[in-house]
Ligand binder design. Structure first.
Ligand code: UDP
Ligand code: GLC
Length: 401
């Protein structure tokens, strides 16, 4: 099967990591068209996945910006669309992975008469999108032969926004279980302790740090820095936790949220939490870091469409708590495979952190159950097989016409 994949982002977010795994089995005959250079095309090149930057214009490719604002100049867009029309004639299917890719892919599919697939990674609700953007996305997506939603929550929001349920299927993100199994094995050994000690020592160091004989309880937060990812809620909660609880923020502002980053640093300073909070920026060793944590916290203030980091923490066998909404609530069974707390409730968050802190045996049991469940439900071999089957059906339907 020859597929032209389209993604607007040059940055490596969850939707792009998910796409890279989907493309892999098709890479011999397929191409990923990206609208800007960056860490995502680099990530694909490192995996020998063919990638092409489709425009040299600086489009506003931020995910959060308005579709109309981002695509404001049709003159600017025309070469890109022309490019995609020409390219798509060499492929059987156009597979779009982001909203602006959907706009370009939908127009191109009209001209090249190739079936359109849309992978929906977002919750199309007022929390995340303006009314105009919701209308554009839904209208164009309704033209697709297949829409793959990353969770039931994304599916429901899409239908509620006027999306057609007919060609809509839910496929969760898949994960390479072997990678985590390998890490877990190694992590069980002294490496985990060494790595943990390295992290802990950054908190213990200096006179103002945590006392030398105290083992900090490390809460990890793995996400790009963005207001709706709720890093500020965790900082607020930290002041209600005991002094040996510390927080590691892993992730960068990917889509221009510099003001928010400033705000977070200020909040840490105001609450005098400097010695208990570290910002590590973007890291490519997320599993190792997760395994070094006592707890992974997910704190999104708006419903999370899926939440890769929650599953990743489970696969690392690290206890995980998440904000009870969207995909997170589909992944976590509270008290069995993790914990859920109401979004934006810093006091509840602090209570739950302290409950887990005080019950290490229970936390370990829940983490083990979380891992077993994640291995059953989110194996990339199974999710890729589902997608392969759906794409075969798209092709067969195309041939029947
Ligand atoms: N991630 C990463 N390095 C970081 C922070 C995050 O590789 O420093 C990865 C993380 O492991 C996860 C993805 O980025 O696979 C984020 O996906 P998620 O679905 O949790 O959220 P998104 O940012 O896509 O909304
Ligand atoms: C998007 C969503 C995130 C999801 C990811 C992969 O980036 O924000 O919740 O896990 O796509 O589907």
């Amino acid at each position: 099967m020859k597929i032209l994949f389209l993604d607007q982002s040059g940055k490596l977010g969850g939707a792009e990591l998910c796409l890279a795994d989907i493309v892999h089995p098709f890479k011999a005959n397929s191409l990923v068209g990206v609208f800007s250079e960056g860490t995502f095309p680099d990530y694909l090149r490192q995996r020998n996945i063919p990638v092409k930057i489709l425009t040299d214009q600086t489009l506003d490719v931020q995910k959060s910006s308005g579709l109309l604002a981002g695509l404001k100049s049709i003159r600017q867009l025309l070469p890109l669309i022309g490019n995609v029309i020409r390219l798509s004639r060499q492929y059987d299917v156009i597979y779009t992975n982001t909203q602006k890719a959907l706009v370009v892919g939908a127009i191109a599919s009209l001209f090249s008469r190739r079936p359109l697939v849309y992978h929906l990674h977002d919750i199309i609700s007022p929390d995340h999108f303006s009314a105009t953007n919701r209308r554009i996305i839904v209208t164009l997506a309704n033209r697709a032969t297949l829409i793959i939603a990353n969770s039931q929550s994304s599916r429901e929001a899409f239908v509620q926004a006027g999306g057609s349920p007919n060609n809509l299927r839910v496929v969760y993100n898949g994960f390479h279980l072997d990678r985590y199994a390998e890490h877990v094995k190694r992590a069980k050994a002294e490496e985990k302790e060494i790595f943990r000690n390295q992290i802990a020592s950054t908190f213990i160091a200096s006179k103002t740090g945590i006392e030398n004989n105290i083992r900090p309880f490390i809460v990890g937060h793995f996400s790009r820095l963005a207001p709706w990812k709720g890093q500020h809620v965790l900082i607020e909660a930290l002041q209600h936790c005991s002094d040996d609880v510390v927080v590691l923020f892993v992730g960068d502002a990917l889509f221009g949220e510099e003001d928010y980053v400033q705000q977070l640093h200020q909040q840490v300073k105001q609450l005098k939490l400097e010695r208990r909070v570290r910002f590590l920026s973007f890291r490519s060793d997320v599993p190792q870091l997760m395994m070094a944590c006592d707890l992974v916290a997910h704190t999104s203030t708006a419903p999370e469409p899926f939440g890769r980091v929650i599953v990743e923490a489970m696969l690392c066998e690290t206890p995980v708590m998440a904000a009870a909404a969207g995909g997170a609530a589909e992944i976590v069974e509270p008290g069995q495979t993790g914990w859920l707390t109401p979004p934006e409730d810093a006091c509840q968050l602090a209570d739950t952190i302290m409950n887990i802190y005080h019950q290490p045996a229970l936390a370990q049991k829940v983490a083990e159950q979380g891992k077993a469940m994640a291995q059953r439900r989110f194996d990339v071999r199974a999710t890729n097989a589902q997608i392969h089957q759906l794409l075969q059906a798209v092709l067969s339907a195309g041939k029947a016409h």
